[in-house]
Design a protein around this ligand. Structure first.
Ligand code: PHE
Length: 456
């Protein structure tokens, strides 16, 4: 990345919008609702919110501050602070390599649904089994995967991110409004109120370490943390842009959209299935199974459902693209720099390899269904590996590194360049004690649970 590009965000709004473009994506709209449905609704929401304002705030502040201070992207930034910790940069760089391929599989599903709605297939997509039949196909989902990777790669190759970002700046508010409309409709479906209750009122008997681990992984994923992306964004941030306020805005934006997405999906699951635990536990397919039924219901088979459905999937596609672009951009600039590849070569190789890694994730719902690493589908396994293992580990080491090697003051001073550090106390307690202890405990208990040594 050339030096002249640094500091190119004009003021706080430019920075916030760019970072939000990376943060808001399938994580909010596809992943958050199915996790909330699976992990007990209200209790998951509560744990998520607590984590977002403590650990999320702390990590995002840290990453942006490190980036702005060093003016470098992740690997160089960690090295610049302490040579011994350059491995942390590499570890963080591994995360997008795992996420990007399966992200594109889901992105492909979104493209498929957009096409189905545009071509008047709203009714067909609302039939039971439509989604399962689609993902079980050996070839078609791979075609969508290739198309999605291809579109992302073209944007990254031609450097037209700015164009896509501009479009999505208009699309994003429309997405929020449309989601609110859909959520209001979902809530008023007969039988949905039970679902609203399930989503909003925490049931403490459903609290478990797994809930916390799932919520924590989701928080990292949704806010694009623990993989060095925010360091790069921070390196473009002006010294006088209010860092702490920007973090707050990104968090509110990201969490707000996830919250609305949950309201759109979870009550509808209750309305359609009466809160059947099997429906709530559906996992990765939840949005694709539930929403078409909602859209179809909306229009009573008329044209309205088709329009709302097509608009929705188009908007989600843009939200997903801005995120996958930021994922691929990270991988391309990292491999390009390391291996001295031209941008074109790096884009091509990253696209091909990612497509290759994405294939098993896609086939894992069809021909490769018999492969169940640790009991997960292949896509869920990659998802688990990045969000529940690698990201917590990167977050843990980052906290220890900043708290005990670099010093909290370094980050605090950087924040103070642009404003008073209002939540410095909270920041210090979280990064020094709360975060390391909690992450270690959670990781340990989930590993022991995984090995069947304890029951959580
Ligand atoms: N935050 C994005 C989402 O919610 C996914 C993502 C993760 C993007 C990590 C970049 C880095 O969809």
């Amino acid at each position: 990345m050339e030096a002249k590009k640094r500091g190119s965000f004009t003021g706080s709004i430019g920075f916030v919008l760019a970072a939000a473009g990376s943060a808001v994506g399938l994580g909010n709209i596809w992943r958050f609702p199915y996790l909330a449905a699976k992990y007990g609704g209200g209790i998951f929401l509560l744990v998520y919110l607590i984590l977002a304002v403590t650990l999320g705030f702390t990590l995002m502040t840290t990453e942006i501050a490190i980036g702005r201070k060093t003016g470098k992207s992740a690997i160089e930034a960690y090295r610049a602070l302490d040579k011994r910790f350059s491995f942390l940069g590499y570890l963080a760089a591994l995360v997008p390599v795992i996420i990007f391929p399966y992200y594109c599989v889901i992105g492909g599903w979104v493209m498929k649904y957009l096409t189905v709605f545009i071509t008047g297939g709203a009714q067909a997509s609302a039939q039971t089994g439509f989604f399962e039949d689609f993902i079980a196909m050996p070839v078609e989902p791979l075609g969508w995967l290739a198309l999605y990777v291809g579109v992302t790669a073209l944007v990254v190759l031609f450097g037209v991110e700015k164009g896509v970002e501009k479009v999505s700046r208009i699309m994003m508010p429309v997405l929020v409004i449309l989601s609110i409309v859909i959520a209001v409709y979902s809530i008023t479906l007969p039988g949905a109120l039970e679902g609203v209750r399930y989503y909003l009122i925490p049931d403490f008997s459903r609290f478990s370490v797994t809930t916390v681990l799932a919520a924590m992984g989701q928080m990292f994923y949704s806010m694009s943390l623990a993989m060095g992306i925010m360091i790069t964004y921070g390196s473009y941030m002006k010294k006088d842009t209010d860092l702490e306020k920007s973090v707050g805005k990104i968090e509110i934006f990201d969490t707000g959209i996830a919250f609305i997405a949950g309201l759109m999906v979870v009550p509808a699951v209750f309305a359609l299935s009466g809160g059947d635990p099997k429906a709530l536990n559906q996992g990765a397919g939840l949005m694709f199974v539930t929403l078409p039924k909602v859209f179809y219901n909306m229009g009573q088979g008329s044209f309205l459902g088709t329009i709302v459905g097509a608009a929705f999937f188009l908007l989600v596609l843009f939200a997903a693209l801005t995120s996958s672009i930021s994922l691929m951009e990270t991988i391309v600039s990292f491999t390009g720099d390391r291996l001295h590849w031209s941008r074109k070569k790096a884009c091509l190789i990253v696209a091909l390899v990612s497509f290759g890694i994405g294939i098993p994730s896609s086939l894992g719902y069809g021909p490769l269904r018999f492969l169940q690493p640790l009991g997960f589908s292949i896509l869920d396994f990659f998802d688990f590996l990045s969000n529940s293992v690698l990201m917590p580990v990167v977050a843990l080491i980052t906290c220890i590194f900043i708290a005990y090697f670099v010093g909290v003051k370094t980050v605090a001073d950087e924040v103070r360049l642009s404003s008073k550090f209002r939540r410095e106390k909270l920041f210090t307690v979280v990064i020094k004690y709360l975060a390391p202890i909690c992450i270690i405990l959670i990781l340990l208990s989930s590993v022991l649970d995984g090995l069947g040594m304890i029951q959580i």
